[in-house]
Design a protein around this ligand. Structure first.
Ligand code: SF4
Length: 381
């Protein structure tokens, strides 16, 4: 379908959201259900229904995220991967990523993933330190997380790890110790995120009543810079504000979000961008299931995006890449004068020393990397 008369490219990526978790971590703001495994069979039928509507699209990247996909029991995980393989047409060298929690890693589950074509696994470790893991309400220990990484890498060598920093009370020495251990393990990709307090989460309530103390901004910046330095020393290049990877191991699926082709998405709370239409499914897993079971659409929000909006978003997300963006190329591909539309954002960011803008390449400066969100927001207009 073409919205705004623009010839939108056909997506080559698909995201499938698995909302099930053992427990809802206090800081989590994702579309998640804990202790509702009774919904799994109905959820699987809904995913099958959603993907069936797509009519066997060609796909080059698939991302099974959550929630915790590996929380699914073995037979359900097998069924879900079977649905994905049946309903999507894998073309060429497909990157098939799955998010996992360390406590779910077993030989049976890893074999099930590999047999289904999964070739990238992203483990939500967050920390190896007992007190930080307890505070973050994670279900694994540091030792079991390290063992899970070793085990996963022996079956699926393309392993990514997520770490959180600036947790309340965390010291620089603690963060360095997390990074040191992480980088000694067989990973090829690392994502690091500062802990955020999202409205509606338990951490938000605890923070507002003074039960959790946020980290001083200067310490947070030091922690981020430490991650950049230690990852680089370990041979993981900093390629996006929060992401580091060995050569050839950037996450292709995430890069596809920024190339303007769009992506399909299925599952509760999943957001897709197809044919210039941005749609988000109902966040509530029960509402999502009930709507599909009643032959109703699971879509909760829908918005037609104009080519200039899309071009602005591509610039806003793309500027987070260390290599930067070619503003004129994005404008040309979207058929809009992007540079003119964003001249205020560019001029102001250049004047403040946050952006380097040369012909064919605009990228964050060293200082701009610390203010990536500010620059990105300006591109959105
Ligand atoms: S395991 Fe991940 S998705 Fe699940 S509740 Fe915790 S942070 Fe959220």
């Amino acid at each position: 379908m073409a919205v705004s008369g623009f010839d939108w490219p056909t997506p080559l990526s698909a995201y499938i959201h698995v909302p099930f978790c053992r427990h809802r971590c206090g800081y989590c703001n994702f579309s998640v259900v804990a202790d509702r495994d009774d919904l799994i069979a109905r959820y699987l039928r809904c995913i099958d229904w959603e993907l069936k509507q797509l009519d066997q699209p060609s796909i080059e990247t698939v991302f099974l995220g959550g929630g915790t996909p590996t929380h699914l029991p073995l037979d359900a995980l097998k069924t879900l991967i079977g649905i994905i393989r049946r309903r999507l047409t894998f073309v060429g060298d497909v990157e098939f990523s799955v998010e996992a929690n360390p406590e779910d890693i077993t030989a049976e589950k890893l074999n099930c993933l590999v047999d289904g074509g999964v070739n990238r696994i992203s483990l939500g470790v967050q920390s190896f330190a007992a007190d930080k893991l307890k505070l973050l309400e994670r279900g694994h220990s540091g030792a079991s997380a390290a063992a899970a990484i070793e085990m996963a890498a022996a079956t699926i060598p393309n392993v990514s790890m997520d770490l959180i920093f600036s947790a309340p009370g965390e010291t620089m020495a603690g963060w360095e110790s997390d990074l040191k251990l992480a980088l000694s393990l067989p990973i090829v990709h690392l994502s690091t995120y500062a802990l955020t307090y999202e409205k509606g989460t338990a951490f938000w309530s605890r923070m507002t009543r003074g039960d959790l103390k946020t980290t001083d901004e200067s310490i947070e910046v030091d922690m981020y810079q430490t991650a950049r330095r230690m990852a680089a020393d370990a041979g993981l290049a900093h390629y996006e504000v929060s992401n580091f990877a060995k050569a050839e191991h950037r996450c292709r699926h995430n890069l596809a979000y920024w190339d303007g082709r769009g992506w399909y998405a299925a599952g509760p709370g999943a957001a897709r961008f197809v044919g210039g239409l941005r749609e988000v499914n109902h966040r509530s897993t029960t509402t999502y299931i009930k709507r599909i079971e009643a032959d109703d659409s699971p879509t909760g929000e829908s918005e037609a995006v104009t080519p200039i909006q899309c071009a602005r978003e591509r610039a806003a997300f793309g500027i987070r890449l260390m290599e930067g963006i070619d503003i004129d190329r994005i404008g040309k591909e979207m058929g809009v004068a992007l540079r003119d539309h964003c001249s205020d954002a560019i001029d102001r960011s250049v004047a403040e020393g946050l952006l380097e803008d040369t012909v064919g390449r605009s990228r964050l400066t060293e200082r701009g990397v610390l203010f990536a969100d500010t620059v990105a927001t300006r591109f959105l207009g």
